[in-house]
Design a protein around this ligand. Sequence first.
Ligand code: F6P
Length: 342
Amino acid sequence: MRVGILTGGGDCPGLNAVIRAVVRRGIDGHGHAIVGFRDGWRGPLERDCEKLTIESTRGILPRGGTILRSSRTNPLGREGGADRVRENMAALELDGLIAVGGEDTLGAASKLYEAGLPVLGVPKTIDNDLGGTDVTFGFDTAVHVATEAIDRLHTTAESHNRILIVEVMGRHAGWIALHSGIAGGADVILIPERPFDIDEVCRLLRRRHERGRFFSIVVVAEGAVPLAGTMETVAGEPDEFGHERLGGVGQRLEREVASRTGFEARATVLGHVQRGGTPTAYDRVLATRLGLAAIDAADAGRWGTMPALRSTRIELVPLAEAVRELRLVPDEDYAEAEAFFG
Ligand code: F6P
């Protein structure tokens, strides 16, 4: 068998562990040939690929990023995209393709499968918002990075009697903000699922200061939005999947909080630091298990599926189920964090 693999969307610590597991089990365990496509869906669209071997994938387990590189190319947004992928797979004599990605990359994979292409998916995103699986790899690393940053910001916030606002990633879901905020002891956490009331944010901060504290930490997900009409918002440029480029809510909060409360405020945007660098041990193990399950599924012809973490086991779920709806933060999880606000 000949199997292709691509990594699409925002990169994520653990992608190389998936590639390594697919190659190792694919070649040693099943006797397959593995072809790596470059730059996400651009690779199959333009037949840009390389043969992956056990030797060429040695030493990549602890490496962040992806040796295949990534892009936000949408194959279905291109003229004749599905046919080009089909023709290029046929020209390369591929029996199937493993797409490693988040909602957009796997959304495209699911549609290509429905159009008759032998494709299966592997879930990845630091945002942890993909359906069908309990957790995605990359999330644990991002939470570790953000928590360490919050710990560091605590001491400087305290020294200067300041409110420090930490903007973390999370477009539709506030998992990174919630978990790093709880782990870092944040005084307010704002997430996309719950449009925030700026008056309430300021009330909580004032109350904390009235109770004898002189500094506060606010963790805000980049996708958090104020209640309609309560604060200025700015729209960014859309990408090929129609997602607007985010960033800036931290700075706007800095201005609002400072002017409404009179406390000195500063914003820190963590940005891509959360996605870069070596994956945690948890993410390496999860990514490895998913890679092994993906190549086993390919070997068994289980196209249209996705290996997913369900409790502690890896199970195959339909790809369509995984991309049907995002996994958002439930109210009860947010309530656990709220107990520590203000
Ligand atoms: O892949 C998820 C993510 O990291 C989001 O949290 C964030 O909104 C987005 O990617 C940023 O994308 P880019 O690196 O393309 O600006």
